[in-house]
Design a protein around this ligand. Sequence first.
Ligand code: GRG
Length: 286
Amino acid sequence: MSNLQQYSQQIANEADTYFGQWISSNQFSNPNLVPLVKESVAHSFLGGGKRFRPVLVILTGEMLGLSRQQLWPFALAVEMIHTYSLIHDDLPCMDNDDLRRGRPTNHKVFGEDIALLAGDLLLTESFGVPVAAYGSQPQLALELVRLMVEAAGGLGMVNGQILDILAQKNKPALAQLELLHSQKTGALIRLCVEGAAVIANASPTDRRQLRLFGEHLGMAFQIADDILDHNEAELENCSFTSFMSVQAVEQRLQQTSQMAIDCITGWGDRAKNLKELVQFNLNRKA
Ligand code: GRG
């Protein structure tokens, strides 16, 4: 395990602890919340996962001189959106998956109705997290919520998912495939980086540069996913490997990763962990 992998694992473990504590408090400790919904949320939210997005929030924020304490609430909010999207993506009306992270999907355990609502709960409550945590700085809270809407909404993940559904029926053009992935997967990864920049009160130039970094990293994350799926013989219309050879997709992954790294060279040595994260994604196995 590389130093960054160990460091990321430590952040992911801390995230699990923080998320676990959060779920035992706030609205979740209110006796009026039906226990079944709480169990359903916990099943997916505390059920493993790489915690790639929280790690990205923390690594970006640390590069900008922030403490983890300042970043956890935002990392939590992003992971809530991510978890909602996975629960809904697994539903019978979407991908109809029985397993996620090697365990039964939410609807397989709790039924479609509860799973749908657990996802709704996570998405809705995610917006309350920055409002509560950064409420003493209303401009900051407002900007984070605005970014969350941008990433999750009609020009973000939801539109990406709709393009994905349409792509199953008619193979899209390559440019449409890029848009699909930048919205479905990339928007949330961009949000992690830009949100940390906003919390750090980064200059407009630095913020633009980091947003671009997040976009390239998001695309690289998706391309790596496509290569993994291809290796597991999961061929889809909306995969880069259905447009070009695996070698060409691997080359694209190299180029996109380099574009990401180029965006953060200005931070010199402080960008070491983020650069290693890009490198790690290049070779990831899961
Ligand atoms: C339902 C609006 C809506 C959107 C769903 C994110 C998504 C859109 C679907 C997930 C399907 C998928 C395989 C997307 C491609 C890459 C991706 C986002 C993988 C899942 O993220 P990981 O690998 O998951 O970070 P873990 O389990 O580690 O949290």
